[in-house]
Write a protein that binds this ligand. Structure first.
Ligand code: UT7
Length: 325
């Protein structure tokens, strides 16, 4: 059996934060952010909004676009790096919000690679015939997890959500996939406190340990390498070449990562979907939001072969080669 995406949706909070506005918060400049990252603005959610709220909106649209009803969904996989809680799973909260009363629900944690991990996980349940319709949601409220005093990270991230329905398809769908991890790099990108390693305490709050910490240079080098490697691997696994690929939709972390990887792959930039200029890095939501925009702008069409490639904390990486059906 083949598994493919039959519906897609996304949702972005209205509030736009420009680089110029960030100049008032931290010691940065529009020029630095644009030159070093390619980001012009990002969205931020309101105070009372959690990842499940954005995820539920994206999910409703994905289900509608799949011509299904919430009751038709058998399973929900949420891949948020910024879940509503440690537990219960954000997937369960989304399940209740959208009234997908027949769905099993669980979270996976693969940070910015989460959507790719979730999509491949969903595809397995479809290919075995165990389930019919699976919702995969990447939703993030990173604005509540970044340290607004740390210019190294706060300029990079944004809030948003994307979701897909994965079901059986007659042709195309998932042609190949690659997943990987290297836990020795776990400390390069982390949110140190609030778990069992460093439970919340006065000290953890005082030392700002509940915010994202990143070694940007090391993560950058890692990202360029795995972007190239797993794009090549996923294409080879499908017995194709890069010339057969119509579009690459990468995780939207930094335009310089994309440029460096494309140079190594010798792949043209006009066949790459990029929207980080508008939204920054939305972690697990980056790829599905970019995919939704590319589809509805008519860029991606039926029959197109598309590589989704993700990388991030863990360290984790992954790619999926889809033929749009
Ligand atoms: O989604 C998960 C994956 N995440 C990523 O892939 C992110 C990967 N990393 C990156 O995108 C880049 O490393 C950054 C954008 C985070 C940083 O860019 P960089 O070119 O690697 O800069 P850098 O870390 O080498 O820093 C250069 C300088 C430093 O100043 P000094 O030490 O040379 O005086 C930083 O303090 O730029 C400084 N800097 C800033 N200056 C103005 C760092 N952030 C800022 C800022 N505004 N916002």
């Amino acid at each position: 059996m083949r598994a493919g995406i039959i519906g897609i949706g996304s949702y972005l909070p209205d509030n736009v934060v420009t680089n110029t506005e960030l100049e008032k918060i931290v010691d940065t400049s529009n020029e630095w952010i644009v030159e070093r990252t390619g980001i012009l603005s990002r969205r931020t959610a309101e105070k009372h909004i959690g990842s499940s709220d954005l995820g539920a909106e994206a999910a409703k649209l994905a289900i509608k676009n799949a011509n299904l009803k919430p009751e038709d969904i058998d399973m929900i996989i949420s891949a948020s790096s910024t879940p509503d809680h440690t537990f219960p799973a954000t997937a369960c909260i989304i399940q209740d919000k959208i009234k997908a009363t027949n769905a099993a629900a669980f979270d996976i944690q693969a940070a910015c690679t989460g959507f790719v991990y979730g999509l491949i996980t969903a595809a397995q349940y479809i290919m075995t015939g165990l389930y019919k319709n699976i919702l995969v949601v990447g939703s993030e409220v990173l604005s509540k997890m970044v340290d607004w005093q740390d210019r190294n990270t706060c300029v990079l991230f944004g809030d948003g959500a994307g979701a897909v329905v994965v079901s059986q398809v007659e042709t195309g769908g998932v042609l190949s996939s690659v997943l990987g991890a290297d836990g020795s790099g776990a400390s390069l990108l982390e949110l140190p406190a609030g778990g069992t390693r460093e439970p919340a305490s006065f000290e953890t709050v005082e030392n700002r340990r509940h915010y994202i910490k990143m070694n940007g240079n090391e993560v950058f080098k890692f990202a360029v390498k795995v972007f190239e490697d797993c794009t090549r691997q996923v294409v080879e696994k499908a017995n194709l070449t890069l010339n057969d690929i119509d579009f690459i939709i990468p995780h939207q972390a930094n335009v310089r990562i994309i440029d460096a990887a494309l140079k190594r792959l010798n792949f043209p930039k006009d066949r790459v979907v990029i929207n980080l200029d508008k939204y920054g890095n939305m972690s697990s939501a980056s790829i599905p939001v970019a995919m939704h925009e590319a589809l509805y702008s008519g860029k991606i069409e039926k029959g197109h072969k598309v590589v989704l490639v993700g990388f991030g904390a863990g360290l984790t990486w992954g790619a999926v080669l889809l033929e749009w059906s």
